[in-house]
Design a protein around this ligand. Sequence first.
Ligand code: PHE
Length: 354
Amino acid sequence: MDHLLPPEIADADRAFPEALAACGDLDALLRLKGAYIGREGSHAARLMDLLKAAPKEQKRDLGAAINGLKNRWEEALKARQAEVEAARKATGAQLWDKSLPPPLPPRGALHPLNRLMDRLVDVFRPLGFHVEEGPEVETEAHNFDGLNIPADHPARGSADTFYLAGHPGLLLRTHTSPVQVRTLKNLAPKILEMGGIRFLAPGRVYRKDEIDPTHSPMFHQVEGMLVGHDIGMHHLKGTLEYALRALFGPTTEIRLRPSYFPFVEPGCEVDVSCPLCGAKGCRVCKGSGWVEILGAGLIHPNVLSLAGIDPAEWSGWAFGMGVERMAMMLSQTPDLRLFFENDQRFLKAMGGLD
Ligand code: PHE
């Protein structure tokens, strides 16, 4: 039967055992495999062409000869591959296939807290709110004075606030409310032309809190503010209901409780019906069905006039909400510190905040 094979194939077959033995690594072996039984341009491929072109009466014998040859090559290649791999394992060398695409560097992503703040901004943007920013190193004037916070207010004490040593009057802002003061002052000359003011101010804030599962000396807030004509608590409540339902789901209820902040009058704290248990009572809402989410109120007339805006003409509301608290609820994260440890496994699992 073998006489049917062309002489160059017989030559190749004779050279095969030596060529195989010379393959010292997987690369060389793959090259030899390509040359003998590869899909294109190999000896085997040439034989298949030959078979196609052969006269009918030769096809059976020629086919058998070709198959026999191919099988023999295949078996031998497999056996040699096992040897080469065993030898590689024995030396501990790494196998790598140069033909594979290189691994891509891992792609970065925004931090879950930043994604949540972006989401809040997205909720308010269609209502005409833009984003304002202020510095994290603030002046006492912006952080306290401009907010109608009296000189003897306990929040000003060095037990609660980080003051910058050697820089009197400078501190790490304790809330995002100083952005109210800056923005009101900046936009006061344009308020008529703009027909009012509405903005969101997300950012980092600092307080001398001990670190525990629900406290950190650095955390995030989002401030919201609106100034217009004849603005009342009903506007505030309606806006918050819209925004908190967009965040926590359409069946969310909100509740306003009277509270005190020097820069609003009246002031309130706002709770949402616990999104985890549907207000039935669970660990997160401590059995009450409600979770406090932000402080808010109608802008105190003093805050407006200190910024150069006439409180007889203009009124408005403001709120400040804690981002970590919200992120913990939305993602059911029991410990706030997880957000700052930058464990990739945690950060990657935080997809639910989008
Ligand atoms: N700044 C307040 C806080 O940090 C929250 C707040 C903002 C309250 C705006 C009322 C109005 O607790």
